[in-house]
Design a protein around this ligand. Structure first.
Ligand SMILES: [Fe+2]
Length: 255
């Protein structure tokens, strides 16, 4: 039986997520932006959280840690190199670590870029990845602690997952990301269609996540540095993919 997932908004634009394995009854919280909406989701679903998986140390991803730990006695797992900045952490993980979650199996993918220790959690049997602030729908995280080549390498790791992988992200940034994506890739018909859909979903106050890797590969400029049209639009036909990615990231920072 596949993972059941409850996604909801926290703070102004963070996502909260509960992931539940019905066979074992285990429930993971992915990041804890704040307590109240997570408690509401627990009530709504009837799932009792057993573990909190932290993607990175930023305050809007760990603010609920201690409160949730006190309430549920759950185990907090997060990236080893950020352990000293993650409240209540019990267990640490790094690249390539694998652990069981009920009947599923979680692969830890180290994705430095947004923060130096950022990790993503890939539930391999269900084909779901939680990418925190590394990969967004039509975007990627800002580079607070690393350089563009680090993030480029991290996104390449995510791009190597099976194309049908379902992606959950840390923030609802998709509408603004779509506007930027169109500025570097204006003739991409899949992107134009998606941008229109996103606009109507946001107008109806609906989430634009989850997404899929196949959709991101077709429309997310941060995964498309190899694309000849984008390269031509940037005047970078002969540059390396890494340099094109760096230019796209730079433009987004000032967009
Ligand atoms: Fe962050």
């Amino acid at each position: 039986m596949a993972l059941e997932i409850e996604q909801f908004m926290c703070r102004s634009d963070n996502f909260g997520v509960l992931a539940h394995d019905p066979a074992s009854g285990e429930t993971a919280i992915i990041d804890a932006p704040e307590t109240a909406p997570i408690l509401e989701a627990v009530d709504r679903t009837g799932w009792t959280p057993t573990v909190l998986l932290v993607t990175h140390h930023h305050g809007d991803h760990v603010a609920g840690n201690l409160d949730l730990k006190k309430r549920f006695g759950l185990k907090i797992v997060g990236p080893r190199s950020e352990a000293d900045r993650i409240p209540g952490i019990d267990g640490t993980v790094g690249d390539g670590d694998r652990f069981a979650f009920g009947t599923d199996e979680v692969d830890v993918i180290s994705t430095p870029g947004h923060t130096a220790g950022h990790v993503c959690y890939h539930f391999t049997r269900s084909g779901v990845v939680f990418t925190g602030d590394t990969l967004f729908a039509l975007g990627c995280g800002r580079l607070f602690e690393c350089k563009p080549p680090d993030m480029f390498a991290s996104l390449k790791k995510l791009a190597a997952l099976p194309l049908e992988t379902v992606i959950y992200c840390g923030h609802e940034y998709t509408e603004a990301n779509a506007r930027f994506a169109l500025s570097v890739d204006p003739s991409n018909s899949a992107l134009k269609e998606r941008a229109a859909l996103i606009q109507s979903r946001r107008a109806a106050n609906q989430a634009t996540l989850p997404t899929t890797l196949i959709e991101e590969m077709a429309t997310n400029p941060f995964l498309r540095a190899h694309d000849p049209v984008i390269r031509r639009n940037l005047g970078m036909e002969t540059a390396s993919d890494e340099a094109v990615f760096a230019e796209i990231r730079k433009r987004k920072d000032i967009f």
